[in-house]
Design a protein around this ligand. Structure first.
Ligand code: NI
Length: 395
C-alpha cells in the first residue's frame, strides 16, 4: 500500500519554489502575529494558495486556512499540518527581515513551517491528475497558547474522512541536513498546576501568632519531588516542576498566602491521570499538618505526541529514498509539548523534526530565544519530505 510512487518518481524542487519558500519565510518572519490573532498571516496564506490553482480553499476558524487538493480518482486522504503563530518576545536578531511588530517574534520556526507547507502545496497542486484520493493542507493558528488551535480545527471538522496526518517541526538542536524520526512516544503532554497555600499573615518577629505560608509552601514544594522519586514507575517518564513561587513583600511581614505554579509532563495516560490525586494528597497533608489550607487547580493540556508506526515508517522510507541514510536521525523523545497531537486523536499520524541548526553559521540559539533563527536550507528539506511522503500516501 505504501511503497514509492513509481509513476511520479522523486520530486526535486524547481529554482522558482526554492526562491518562493525563502521569500515567504522572510515575509512571515517580518510580520509575526500572536496566537489566535494570525489575521494577516492567514490572509497571506489564503491569497498565496489561491494563486496556485487546483485547490479548494476554506477558513475553518477565523485565523486558520485549509486547502484541499482532490485527485481525479478516489483513494486515501492525507492531511499535512503547519502552525503559523509567533511568540510574545522582543526579537534581538539583526538581519534585514527582523520582526516589524514590537514584542512579537517568530522564535519557534512557525514562519518556516508555513512557508514549507505553502511550497508543498504549490508543487503538489501541479500533480492533481496523478493523485488518487486527496491531500489536505492545514494552516493552523494558535499552537503556542493552550487550548490550542489544533483542537479547534478538529472540532470544525477538518479531519472528517482523513486517513493519515503528518506534520513537522524545524528543530535547531538538530543540525541542518538531518531529519529526525521517532516511532511511538515523541513529545509529552504539558499540564499546568496552580496552588495557593493559605496561612495566616502577621509580624515576622511573632511567628507563633501566624501560620507561616512561606514555611509551609516550601515544604509543599520539597514534598512534591517525592511523586517522581517515590510514587511512580521509574521506567515511565514524568516531570513535576514548580516554576513559580511567589509570596511576601518585605523582611518583617509573614505573608498570608503563597502562590505556586508549575508544569507536569508525561506520556502515559493512566500515569498522567494519577498525578493530580498524588499532588493533592501531598498538598493537603502538608497544609493540614501545619494548620494552613490551600486551593489547587490542575489543567490538562495538549495530548502527548504519539507517532503511529505505519505512518512513521513511510516518513522514514521517505528520508532514505530522498536523502539517504546520512540524513536519517532516529531521535529520542523529549518532554516538550505540541498540539499536533490534537490531529492524532482523529487519525493515525506522525510528527518529525527537520534539522535547522548550524553551528558554523552561529545558528545555535534554542527555540523561544530572542535570537532564535533557522538555517534556511532546512526549508527545502522540509518541502522535499512533505511532497515525496505525500505521494507515497496517495499514489
Ligand atoms: Ni513550535
Amino acid at each position: 500500500m505504501m511503497t514509492a510512487n513509481t509513476e511520479v518518481g522523486l520530486i526535486e524542487l524547481t529554482d522558482e519554489v526554492k526562491e518562493d519558500i525563502i521569500r515567504w519565510r522572510r515575509y512571515l518572519h517580518q510580520n509575526p502575529e500572536l496566537s489566535f490573532q494570525e489575521e494577516k498571516t492567514a490572509q497571506f496564506v489564503y491569497e498565496t494558495l489561491k494563486s496556485f490553482g487546483n485547490l479548494e480553499l476554506s477558513r475553518p476558524t477565523k485565523t486558520s486556512v485549509m486547502a484541499r487538493l482532490i485527485g481525479n480518482e478516489p483513494g486515501k486522504v492525507l492531511a499535512i499540518r503547519a502552525d503559523m503563530d509567533a511568540l510574545p518576545i522582543e526579537e534581538e536578531n539583526s538581519f534585514e527581515f527582523v520582526s516589524k511588530n514590537p514584542g512579537v517574534m517568530h522564535a519557534c520556526g512557525h514562519d518556516g513551517h508555513t512557508s514549507i507547507l505553502l511550497g508543498t502545496a504549490k508543487i503538489l497542486s501541479q500533480f492533481k491528475s496523478k493523485i488518487k484520493g486527496e491531500i489536505r493542507f492545514f494552516f493552523q493558528h494558535g499552537e503556542e497558547l493552550f487550548p490550542g488551535g489544533g483542537s479547534e480545527m478538529v472540532a470544525a471538522g477538518v479531519m472528517e474522512g482523513v486517513d493519515f496526518v503528518i506534520g513537522a517541526h524545524l528543530w535547531s538542536p538538530l543540525e541542518v541536513g538531518k531529519v529526525g524520526i521517532k516511532y511511538g512516544a515523541m513529545m509529552a503532554s504539558p499540564d499546568t498546576f496552580y496552588i495557593t497555600v493559605k496561612g495566616k499573615g502577621g509580624h515576622a518577629a511573632l511567628p507563633h501568632q501566624t501560620v507561616d505560608s512561606i514555611a509551609v509552601a516550601a515544604q509543599v514544594v520539597t514534598n512534591l519531588q517525592h511523586i517522581v522519586s517515590r510514587c511512580t514507575d521509574p521506567l515511565e517518564p514524568l516531570v513535576v516542576t514548580v516554576a513559580k513561587f511567589v509570596g511576601g513583600t518585605t523582611h518583617n511581614v509573614i505573608p498570608g498566602t503563597v502562590e505556586i505554579m508549575g508544569t507536569v509532563r508525561s506520556f502515559d495516560k493512566k500515569l498522567r491521570e494519577s498525578v493530580p490525586g498524588l499532588m493533592e494528597r501531598i498538598i493537603k497533608g502538608i497544609t493540614d499538618a501545619h494548620g494552613a489550607s490551600y486551593d489547587f487547580k490542575y489543567d490538562f493540556g495538549y495530548h502527548p505526541v504519539i507517532n503511529h508506526e505505519e505512518v512513521t515508517r513511510v516518513l522514514e522510507e521517505t528520508v532514505l529514498d530522498v536523502f539517504g541514510k546520512e540524513t536519517l536521525e532516529l531521535i529520542p523523545a523529549n518532554m516538550g509539548g505540541e498540539d499536533f497531537s490534537a490531529f492524532q486523536q482523529a487519525a493515525p499520524g506522525a510528527f518529525f523534526y527537520v534539522g535547522a541548526g548550524n553551528a558554523e553559521k552561529g545558528i545555535t540559539y534554542p527555540h523561544h530565544h530572542a535570537r532564535f533563527t533557522i538555517d534556511e536550507d532546512a526549508l527545502e528539506i522540509g518541502v522535499k519530505m512533505f511532497v515525496n511522503a505525500a505521494l507515497k500516501f496517495v499514489k
